[in-house]
Write a protein that binds this ligand. Sequence first.
Ligand SMILES: [Zn+2]
Length: 174
Amino acid sequence: MNPRYLSVKLRRMVTEMKLRGTGVTCNICGRSYTSFLPSSHPPIPNSCCPNCFSFARTRLPWLYLNKNTDLLTRPIKVLHFAPEIVIYKQFKNKSAVNYTPCDYFSEGYDYPEDCVNIDITNIPFENESFDLILCAHVLEHVPDDGKAMSELYRVLKPGGAAILQVPMADAEET
Ligand SMILES: [Zn+2]
């Protein structure tokens, strides 16, 4: 086994043992802990799952989709921008879902093998193609975010859902 991988795995096991408890439960991987780990960028306490490394910002839309929609219980077409790996794995395990992970490829980054290189301001799909679009922490990096939102609306089926997350600063920070 790769020594670096073994080291990461051992550290994760120790962290998981230290945090063993029932204070919080990750709604993606199902593990429970006394608390989640803090995230470092931005610094948020009680945010990162020690097992699947999901952040609160990733668990929230997954919670919403499970509790407030039937989208995860029926065959749907999903377009997922800048896919978080934990959500990517969830959709890849759902054989009924027609899942399209996509990103705007940049040098120096790795992408899943089936990830499609897409410009969000010129989405290469037909009108009304998708039941669900996920796009977290992308639009704040797009100069023409209005065009991007117009494109997202164009490829979304009538009655479909788009969850578009962007960071929000406290009023005192602006
Ligand atoms: Zn987890």
